[in-house]
Design a protein around this ligand. Structure first.
Ligand SMILES: Nc1ncnc2c1ncn2[C@@H]1O[C@H](COP(=O)(O)OP(=O)(O)OP(=O)(O)O)[C@@H](O)[C@H]1O
Ligand SMILES: [Mg+2]
Length: 370
């Protein structure tokens, strides 16, 4: 249990779990949310693509229009009691992006036109960063609403842990790209008009008349929303700099953990965002305080067989201990003067059930006061 981490998580309003792909962001976000709810906070976890089992534990399904409150039975089993509560929402990028289009379109007709546009319907995933952007959009809404004391944000898998923050500007670059400007409605002017005709003819040949038309409509509408989209993302980035927000870097105990963490620290400082802690997931360092085998295990009158068994056990434990020490050293290196580093044990598949999440939560935040 680490009191500084508990203070950090329980006092903030937004906690972002970032990290590269597959390190345990979704699991950690869920465990922290459950833990904070056990400590009496009204918590929402925005989770992205959880495993089936974890989704089942959290009682969420894809495509729900609203966050889902964990049912009373499960809240009780998880040791959550009022005023604490746990809600979860499984982000569906498509749904959030549709809502964004509806909100940003100048008229309902424009929104419907874009939503029905085949390029939009089949191509939103193609747009770099749309998925990451949706995480930001959702967070924006829930934080401003004030229905929760704490929103924990899981982030999408990516090689770069902060991609989701940088996506909107990449989206802007993409849509501002030359090729896509060509798709937009032609500007007046004879020379432009002639060039335009040529471009149109080429694009129509390449994409076919119908798709070319669809693309024009798509980029025509979408480009109009871009300024607003970027405005929101910019505001959100500023929001995330406020002192009720903290970023946790989740990393795994491979050799890359240190490289990952350093790159993340550098980038997060550059963006002037608050780095709260580094969580070293699935780490043997979490077992540092487990008991060591010794003569206390022997019966009052040990036989040679007992002694030999103990020797073997001790040798095994010593080997394990060296691994534990290596990971403790890594943990030490990850942390710094103002960076907290905490280890999470590997709990096997049980981690996706309530007791597993409770175990991680209590390890990170301590058990709730009775
Ligand atoms: N401490 C742990 N002990 C045991 N299993 C774990 C632990 N942490 C994560 N896992 C398992 O590792 C897998 C990946 O975890 P998770 O989905 O949380 O990672 P992620 O960082 O969210 O991945 P992605 O980048 O794909 O979204 C899951 O099957 C999860 O149950
Ligand atoms: Mg995940």
């Amino acid at each position: 249990m680490t009191a500084p981490l508990r203070d950090l998580v329980l006092r903030r309003r937004i906690v972002v779990c970032a990290g590269t792909g597959g390190v345990g962001k979704t699991t950690t976000a869920a465990a922290l949310a459950l833990g904070a709810a056990r400590h009496g906070r009204r918590v929402l976890v925005l989770t992205i693509d959880p495993s089936r089992r974890l989704a089942e534990t959290l009682g969420v399904r894809r495509n729900t229009p609203e966050p889902v409150l964990l049912d009373p039975d499960r809240q009780e089993r998880a040791g959550i009691a009022p005023p604490g509560s746990l809600s979860a929402w499984m982000l569906d990028p498509k749904q959030v992006s549709d809502a964004t289009v509806r909100r940003l379109a100048r008229t309902p007709a424009e929104a419907e036109r874009l939503l029905a546009n085949p390029v939009y319907r089949h191509g939103t995933e193609m747009i770099a960063g749309m998925q990451e952007y949706t995480a930001m959009e959702a967070l924006h809404g829930f934080v401003e609403e004030g229905r929760y004391d704490l929103v924990i944000l899981d982030t999408p898998p990516s090689r770069n842990a902060l991609n989701f923050l940088e996506a909107p500007s990449r989206l802007a670059e993409f849509l501002d790209g030359r090729v896509f400007r060509m798709m937009l409605a032609p500007e007046p002017g004879r020379v432009r008009g002639t060039t335009r005709k040529l471009v149109d003819a080429v694009l129509a040949t390449v994409f076919g008349e119908q798709l070319h038309g669809d693309l024009q409509v798509f980029f025509g509408s979408f480009a109009g929303m871009l300024a607003q989209l970027n405005g929101n993302a910019q505001r959100m980035r500023e929001r995330l700099r406020e002192d009720d927000t903290t970023f946790l870097l989740v990393t795994a105990p491979a050799r890359e953990a240190l490289t990952d963490a350093r790159a993340f620290e550098a980038r997060i400082r550059e963006l002037a965002l608050p780095l709260g802690a580094i969580l070293l997931n699935r780490s043997l360092a979490a077992w540092a305080d487990r008991p060591f085998p010794g003569p206390h295990l022997l019966p009052p009158e040990p036989t040679p067989a007992h002694r030999s068994a103990l020797d073997k056990l001790v040798a095994l434990a010593e080997r394990e201990q060296r691994k534990v020490e290596a990971e403790l050293a890594l943990l030490d290196e990850l942390g710094g003067a103002d960076t907290l580093a905490v280890a999470i044990p590997d709990l096997g598949t049980g981690i996706e059930d309530v007791p597993g999440l409770v175990a991680v939560a209590d390890r990170l935040l301590g058990p709730p006061p009775r």
